[in-house]
Design a protein around this ligand. Structure first.
Ligand code: SAM
Length: 215
């Protein structure tokens, strides 16, 4: 997803207090930037931040980091963060997930959320999908024991690909649905993202899995 360029957004990402700078220096000590040591959950491809800001407000006992590649999306997430006056558990990072092993230590992350990740439909781009074995291998290193990935998408072919990739890597599938909003158990407490809102209004069913590395 490429949003219209927002003048000044990139420059602001270098100075906004809710956007982490020099992430390589936080490797192994991300907890230090938050108000307290707590479980550490990240969202990759945060977009405009509707999901993670609501999640962080509901769960003050978890530290959250929203990672997004483009400033023009991230600035909208940061604006939502600025309204959360009391929270000390949410930061953002402008970063390409391709390089996450440079900024996180092994076992440092307790949960990874992937919401409506870009599908990269061409076969030659399959490695760029955030649910590919290429990324699963990175997540495996960075997740703590018992750490999980939660993935939602409207895109059935991306979802089928993603399930096959889990199997190739020997991951354990803990939960799976092809129609999240009709699944009473999995939908309980579900927080809709901006994309989820849009697709479900169009009647498109939402797929979701929860999985963890098979250690
Ligand atoms: N998660 C949001 C939602 O559900 O409304 C946004 C979904 S949008 C289709 C995908 C987002 O992931 C875009 O904002 C895109 O810039 C971001 N993204 C894609 N690849 C990324 C990467 N490698 N690292 C960080 N962000 C990425």
């Amino acid at each position: 997803m490429r949003l219209r360029n927002i003048p000044g957004a990139k420059e602001e990402m270098f100075v906004n207090p809710f956007v982490v700078q020099e992430p390589e220096n936080k490797k192994g000590k991300w907890n230090e930037i938050y108000g307290a040591e707590r479980p550490f959950h990240i969202e990759i491809g945060t977009g405009k931040g509707g999901f993670i800001t609501r999640l962080a407000a509901l769960n003050p006992d978890v530290n959250y980091l929203g990672i997004e590649k483009y400033s023009s999306a991230l600035i909208k997430a940061v604006r939502k963060r600025e309204e959360m006056t009391d929270a000390d558990n949410l930061f953002f990072l402008r970063f390409d997930a391709e390089y996450i092993p440079q900024i996180f230590a092994g076992g440092e992350i307790d949960r990874i959320y992937l919401n409506f990740s870009d599908p990269w439909p061409k076969d030659r781009h399959a490695k760029r999908r955030l649910t590919s074995t290429h990324f699963l291998a990175m997540y495996e290193e960075l997740l703590s024991d018992g750490g999980q990935v939660e993935f939602k998408t409207d895109n059935r072919s991306l979802f089928d690909f993603s399930l096959a990739e889990l199997e190739l890597k020997g991951w354990e599938l803990l939960a799976c649905t092809y129609d999240l909003h009709a699944d009473l158990a999995l939908n309980e407490g579900n927080i809709m993202t901006e994309y989820e809102q849009r697709f479900s209004e169009e009647g498109v069913p939402i797929c979701k899995y929860i999985a963890r590395p098979g250690r």
